[in-house]
Write a protein that binds this ligand. Structure first.
Ligand code: TXA
Ligand code: MG
Length: 332
């Protein structure tokens, strides 16, 4: 049985999450909201619970987990040293949608780091996530709370759909604010390197640290998770990145295609399954995984997604779109 605890993130009493914290302290698994996506958490000092995260998600063993902390000082026991760059990033972007990679200390068990000599750490801004970590009394390792390969969950219902019966508890704290996973920035390389783009942009990191580079995950994935098929809806998807996107979609889509339209009207399309991506890039991102799961529920036979802007938050969104579409893109 999976226990569901509903809380109002803007107005909750710490006591409301006592049961969830107790589950973590007893070595159980609890899904919880963060500002990016829902996470599936276990206390970092509970090796069996950490193993169960991989089992519940069907996650490959070589894909390491992010360790979540609730205040900056909790980082010290987890890493070999805290460089100036980490302090600067934390001052500017924590709590928030940024994960940093540093050399790990012996406190981080192999299962968490999947055998790497580094660890990924994030201090979220979500009050429920922070309260849970505090109440549990130890940092919480948490991947996104979806079945491996599926779109990340942005509401508790997605977690219930994927993991109900397989985990002990789900805290329902409403919708995730950003809707895309955190930026992952590696501070162990000579130049700070963005391994996964997110709401904290490479430009923002450059403005704080002076330099930044991108890893080409296709060549040699430094972030092991980036090599797997991800965020995939059931139906094949294509991104349409063209001025005449509406004409292209109407020409290629069937009645049973899904259309994710952006900055135009539903009336433009013949397909019966049209979803609005949002009115701007932030809404597009916040709704994106949600919309993919709605297309799954509708049982569409293919998905045509109109392309968003490419800069800022658009970088993170394009990264997810390309993965969902398996690189399928029409540009004309
Ligand atoms: O926003 C987020 O980051 C969410 C919430 C729950 O915090 N978590 C999340 O976790 O997206 P997950 O496991 O779905 O993605 C973690 C990514 C994976 O691509 C993984 O390979 C990478 O971070 N990662 C974790 N530890 C790493 C390490 N030591 N070195 C390089 N990449 C690492
Ligand atoms: Mg994930």
């Amino acid at each position: 049985m999976t226990k569901i605890i509903s809380v109002n993130p803007e107005n909750f009493n710490i006591k409301e999450i006592d049961d969830a914290a107790k589950i973590i302290k007893d070595g159980g698994l609890c899904a919880f909201p963060t500002e990016t996506v829902y996470g599936l958490g276990a206390g970092i000092y509970y090796p069996d619970a950490i193993k169960n995260i991989f089992k519940a998600k069907g996650r490959p063993q070589d894909n390491p987990l992010i360790v979540h902390i609730s205040s900056f000082d909790e980082i010290y026991p987890l890493v070999k040293e805290v460089p100036e760059s980490a302090i600067k990033l934390a001052e500017n972007f924590w709590g928030g949608p940024l994960t940093i990679i540093l050399p790990r200390s012996e406190k981080i068990i192999n299962e968490i780091s999947a055998g790497l000599d580094t660890v990924a750490i994030r201090l979220p801004s979500h009050p429920v996530a922070c309260a849970l970590i505090k109440a549990a009394g130890c940092p919480i390792a948490a991947p996104s709370a979806n079945l491996s390969g599926k779109p990340s969950p942005t509401v508790a219902k997605h977690v219930i759909d994927d993991l109900s019966g397989k985990i002990d508890c789900i805290i329902d704290g409403g919708s995730a604010f950003y809707g895309l996973e955190s930026t992952v920035c590696d501070l162990t390389s000579e130049v700070p390197t963005v391994l996964r783009p997110g709401a904290v942009t490479a430009e923002q990191i450059r403005s704080v640290l002076g330099s930044v580079s991108f890893s080409n995950a296709a060549d040699a994935p430094k972030s092991p998770g980036m090599k797997y098929t991800h965020y995939a809806p059931n139906a094949p998807m294509v991104i349409v990145d063209a001025e005449n996107a509406i004409d292209i979609i109407n020409e290629k889509a069937t009645e049973n295609s899904g259309v994710l339209y952006y900055k135009c009207d539903r009336e433009n399309f013949k397909s019966q399954y049209c979803l609005c991506a949002g009115n701007d890039i932030y809404e597009f991102a916040a709704n994106y995984f949600y919309n993919l799961r709605r297309f799954d529920e509708m049982g569409v036979e293919s998905i045509f997604a109109m392309s968003p802007e490419k800069d800022g938050m658009g970088q993170a969104l394009w990264n997810r779109l390309l993965k969902s579409a398996g690189g399928n893109i029409i540009c004309e």
